[in-house]
Design a protein around this ligand. Structure first.
Ligand code: BG6
Length: 480
């Protein structure tokens, strides 16, 4: 990338983070800005206002923040001078006046408001920002997921936000869309001849998308117990991956061209009926076990409760009712406290129509594995002849493209790319309102009845989930 490309369209800004002393801000948002700064991408004036509602100790906050920022002292010090801690205990005009005065000092800077707080707090913050006259035509707002806890609450939250901001000012973040390999999905599909021709139900048997985590709910028990894996992971991250895999080629990279195609996929998802809930979805919750050689508490112990029927694992069969994907199911699976952390997308191609090698003990079938994390690579599994005389003997081998080998630079975190896109005003990687509504509508078909229809299966921490869930066509999940 040239220096000009790096800094193009980046203008001076004030970034205000509500929830500025929260876990996400400390671990991801502020370090992301530091690394862009360290990479010389922020060659403009900027300030970072970290708003805290409950804590008022600036020194303690900055000390904690430094745990997540790694770099030469001089550079870190220079960056930290731009970080302003503000204790605003209440959402009212009087309390916001200190922020207003600070922002008014730089009338030419763009204003970006990042709401890194539970979405139930969005309406009050937006209303107060309006009343305190903080919002300008050029201001932007970044919203963290989950946006609401069901369709109705999401509609309500959106209606309040849209009183303060136009759709072109709203950036609904899903950090999976900022991951390098996730972006590479678009390149793999739309910049290479080889795969796109075979990318349909005629050639693909099924698609499996897995996001397995080895961590538990960490310190987010109270939030997680109200959310569960379906809303925390499927409603956003897994559905976005599914969209990128299943969408039609957009006519350009224009934000709306891409988002129109993703919307069509979301709209073609077959809603779950009660019968499908009984047969095509599995929920689980982790119990004690061992992960990476460490003894692990159960979910109930982690959240300090006697009972809970919140799921920490979901696996499901999804149907996309359109021409391209008729009869090619997509299996989604995500869980916490799994044996290993990894995410991948496996495209299982169909068996060839005719077999001229009857002695092969392997099906004549290719598999494309797109590994998103922890390593980033693409693997094409193909059948090969074992060299030597004595007829045809076969072995599946993998052709591997490892991104870390091919591109030696440090892989930026997803938040780095997304925050730069916000500063630049590029909405391609952010969910549009209608996308969000379509995702909620589909999730609602599961969410409405599943507590009654889908039992919770307990699974041991460090396993692959309840009962080694086998896909309904008899195939096993591809595991690490
Ligand atoms: C977050 C979820 O959105 O994504 C967390 O709220 C989850 O529960 C995290 O752990 C996973 O992100 P990543 O980038 O580590 O795969």
């Amino acid at each position: 990338m040239t220096a000009n490309q790096l800094t193009a369209d980046i203008t001076s800004f004030n970034l205000v983070i509500f929830g500025g002393d929260g876990d996400l801000a400390r671990r991801k948002i502020i370090p992301a800005l530091y690394y862009r700064f360290a990479d010389n991408q922020l060659q403009v004036d900027f300030n970072l206002f970290c708003i805290s509602r409950s804590h008022s100790d600036e020194n303690a906050f900055k000390k904690q923040l430094l745990e997540f920022i790694d770099g030469p002292d001089k550079l870190v010090d220079k960056f930290m001078k731009q970080v302003v801690f503000m204790h605003i205990p209440q959402n009212d005009v009087e309390n916001y006046s200190v922020l207003k005065n600070a922002l008014d000092k730089n009338p030419d800077f763009q204003r970006i408001f990042y709401l890194s707080v539970p979405s139930s707090a969005f309406p009050e913050i937006c209303d107060t920002m309006l009343a305190a006259d903080l919002i300008r035509e050029s201001s932007k707002v970044v919203l963290e997921k989950p946006l609401g806890h069901d369709l109705k609450s999401s509609i309500e939250i959106n209606s309040v936000i849209s009183k303060a901001f136009k759709e072109s000012q709203i950036f609904r973040i899903d950090h999976y869309l900022g991951k390098e390999t996730v972006q590479n999905l678009m390149v793999l599909r739309f910049a290479n001849h080889l795969f796109e021709r075979a990318w349909n139900a005629e050639n693909i048997e099924n698609i499996q998308i897995t996001v397995a985590e080895s961590i538990g709910v960490e310190k987010r028990g109270a939030f997680y117990d109200k959310t569960g894996a379906l809303l925390d992971m499927v409603q956003n991250h897994l559905l976005q991956l599914l969209c990128l895999i299943a969408m039609e080629p957009p006519f350009s990279l224009d934000p709306d061209a891409v988002r129109n195609e993703k919307l069509k996929v979301l709209k073609s998802l077959r809603p779950f009926t009660k019968e499908m809930l009984r047969t095509e979805i599995v929920r689980g919750q982790y119990t004690r076990g061992t992960v990476d050689g460490k003894k692990i508490h159960s979910y109930l112990e982690d959240i300090d409760a006697y009972e809970s029927d919140t799921e920490t694992f979901v696996a499901m069969k999804v149907h996309i009712d359109n021409w391209r994907w008729k009869n090619t199911p997509v299996y989604l699976r995500t869980g916490k406290r799994m044996k290993k952390r990894y995410s991948d997308i496996v495209i299982n191609f169909k068996e060839l129509p005719h077999n001229i090698f009857p002695d092969s003990k392997y099906p004549l079938q290719n598999k494309l594995i797109i590994r998103l994390q922890p390593e980033e690579r693409i693997e094409l599994v193909q059948l090969s002849k074992i060299p030597g005389p004595g007829g045809y003997r076969f072995k599946p081998i993998s052709l591997k493209l490892d991104f870390m080998d091919s591109f030696k630079d440090r892989m930026p975190d997803a938040y780095e790319r997304l925050i730069i896109d916000v500063i630049r005003g590029n909405q391609t990687l952010f969910m549009r309102h209608d996308e969000l509504m379509a995702a909620w509508e589909w999730i609602e078909s599961i969410n409405k009845h599943w507590q009654k229809e889908v039992p919770i299966h307990l699974y041991e921490s460090g396993s692959w989930g309840p009962g080694d869930f086998i896909l309904d066509n008899g195939t096993r999940w591809q595991t690490h």
